[in-house]
Design a protein around this ligand. Sequence first.
Ligand SMILES: NC(=O)c1ccc[n+]([C@@H]2O[C@H](COP(=O)([O-])OP(=O)(O)OC[C@H]3O[C@@H](n4cnc5c(N)ncnc54)[C@H](O)[C@@H]3O)[C@@H](O)[C@H]2O)c1
Length: 269
Amino acid sequence: MMSRFDLHGRKAVVTGGAQGIGAGIVRGLAEAGATVTIVDRQSDKARALAEASGPGLVVVTADIGSAEGCRQAISQARDAMGGLDILVNNAAPARNREMIGRIADVDWADHESIVLHAAAAIAESALDDLVASGHGAIVNVSSILATSIGADQSSLAYHVSKAGLNQFTRWLAVRCGASGVRVNAVAPGLVDRDVGHKLTANPVNKKIVDSVVPLRRAGTARDIADAVIFLASDAAAYVTGQVLTIDGGLGINEVFGASLRAYTAAGER
Ligand SMILES: NC(=O)c1ccc[n+]([C@@H]2O[C@H](COP(=O)([O-])OP(=O)(O)OC[C@H]3O[C@@H](n4cnc5c(N)ncnc54)[C@H](O)[C@@H]3O)[C@@H](O)[C@H]2O)c1
């Protein structure tokens, strides 16, 4: 009997799938049996990933910063795969370190257009196919920073847009429930990226992660991908409108005790 986690025969789109968490989700869905389309504006990276991950991967080079870009991306993905069962809204603007900790409006537009407008425009373009699929599923990639504040780690626009994405997830789940399309989100915690700034490359960060995260490590793209596979599969057939936190237990740690452990581990006592 086929496992209810199995995705053979399913057709998936992952936005921002060329690198990082998105690339991990692309690999995970492909391993679970799905045909996957990577939608990303980084065409060379997306192609390299598709070639390295074997057959069944399609690349659509698109900028999803406009409604038209979103429509075209979904239309090309549908044509290439012959339908659509799974949509993963993962793309987000690159972190603008200059804006971290500042109250200003310069990066609202980017976050609004990629995290909110694109997720909505892509979902709308994909909806008829997801309904026709009979087991359509949308998974949005949010963050623990939708519900808690990391003032030294991300911009105000990041926090607010991810909070909006959580509420969009619930709204769309109610809107689409009767047509059989499920809508959920994953909220990653501290994830070590495979490109650019790696959180635990800094020894103090590493000590903090090792002392504060109950599972004693940063997350990986694969950790996030496994949760996406679950939410996209029939194993989650009765799950909709939920935000699944994937943070190694970070969010449940009592704040005073966690801070004390971090300071002690970092030798600050
Ligand atoms: N890395 C973390 O620690 C972390 C933690 C919590 C949540 N998240 C969330 O996970 C998701 C992925 O994060 P990441 O760190 O892997 O990101 P990343 O910056 O490494 O990758 C984002 C991808 O999206 C693509 N992209 C961005 N704008 C685009 C556009 N307009 N059109 C097409 N493609 C576009 C980029 O080309 C890139 O390939 C994001 O939604 C992020 O907010 C990340």
